[in-house]
Ligand binder design. Structure first.
Ligand SMILES: Nc1ncnc2c1ncn2[C@@H]1O[C@H](COP(=O)(O)OP(=O)(O)O)[C@@H](O)[C@H]1O
Ligand SMILES: [Mg+2]
Length: 242
């Protein structure tokens, strides 16, 4: 079954076309990386998928529901998309404890107290945050804050997880550890995921498929090895190194 499907998506800021005729499919339980240099349109593209930015044309479907279709005049609000989003700067709430961060998305869904507690415990142990439950974000290290942001996105069991350069604020050692962890959690939960990065080592380690983006265009999609072995544009030949 195909999970996320994007067809012929265009996004302009005024006359500046930032996402050009983008078509991507991410299969159920797979992780696709969008790899490209700064300014290539990666964040804009995944913001369109999340519903934070409004594209001008194209179609986005997730499972059997249409998230966006310009011709049909459909544009679901972000809350109705059941998508988990982790931003580069985590965007944690300074005045809320870790426990509150994790329970908030479930309270918003009007879930019962006991079930919320149960789900929080599962995520907390998966992310190894047991001793941080009642701490505030400023009492946590960068890596721990990053895990909280990931937990907040995962706890509502999203149909799709979007990660926009989630590791770029971490030092090299922690980044490598978190890459392994993200891949592990993604597989364990079987959550369909898009990861945005400008770091090809990260793309190589984490992805099932890599989509290379340049100047708003997805130039090629395939396994990392296939991009190295069979680059289809001069940009990819230059940009991707083994
Ligand atoms: N809100 C905005 N208004 C106008 N231009 C924007 C806005 N957001 C991004 N852009 C422009 O769109 C292009 C792509 O940006 P972005 O999607 O952030 O790239 P990336 O995430 O690949 O670094 C850039 O040229 C950027 O300046
Ligand atoms: Mg970006």
């Amino acid at each position: 079954m195909k999970k996320l499907e994007i067809k012929n998506l265009f996004k302009y800021y005024d006359k500046n076309c930032v996402v050009k005729d983008c078509s991507i499919t991410v299969d159920d339980k797979k992780i696709l990386t969008i790899l490209g240099p700064s300014g290539s349109g990666k964040s804009t593209l995944i913001s369109c998928i999340a519903g934070i930015e409004l594209p001008q044309s194209g179609v986005i479907t997730l499972n059997d529901s249409i998230l966006f279709d310009n011709n049909l005049k459909i544009n679901l609000s972000p809350e109705k998309r059941n998508i988990g989003f982790v931003f580069q700067n985590y965007a944690l709430w300074p005045h809320l404890t870790i426990e509150k961060h994790l329970s908030f998305p479930l309270k918003a869904k009007k879930m019962g107290k006991n079930l919320i507690k149960e789900k929080c415990e599962i995520i907390i142990s998966m992310l190894r945050l047991e001793d941080k439950i009642y701490k505030y974000p400023h009492q946590l290290s960068g890596g721990e804050q990053q895990r909280v942001a990931l937990g907040r996105a995962l706890i509502k069991e999203p149909d799709l997880l979007l990660l926009d350069e989630p590791l770029s604020n971490l030092d090299a050692l922690l980044r490598e550890r978190m890459q392994v962890e993200i891949r592990h959690i993604q597989k364990e939960l079987g959550v369909t995921t898009i990861l945005v990065t400008h770091d090809q080592e990260e793309a190589k380690k984490i992805s099932d498929q890599v989509a290379v983006m340049n100047h708003g265009i997805i130039e090629q999609i395939g396994s990392f090895d296939s991009l190295v072995d069979n680059p289809q544009t001069p940009f990819i030949e230059e940009f991707i190194k083994r």
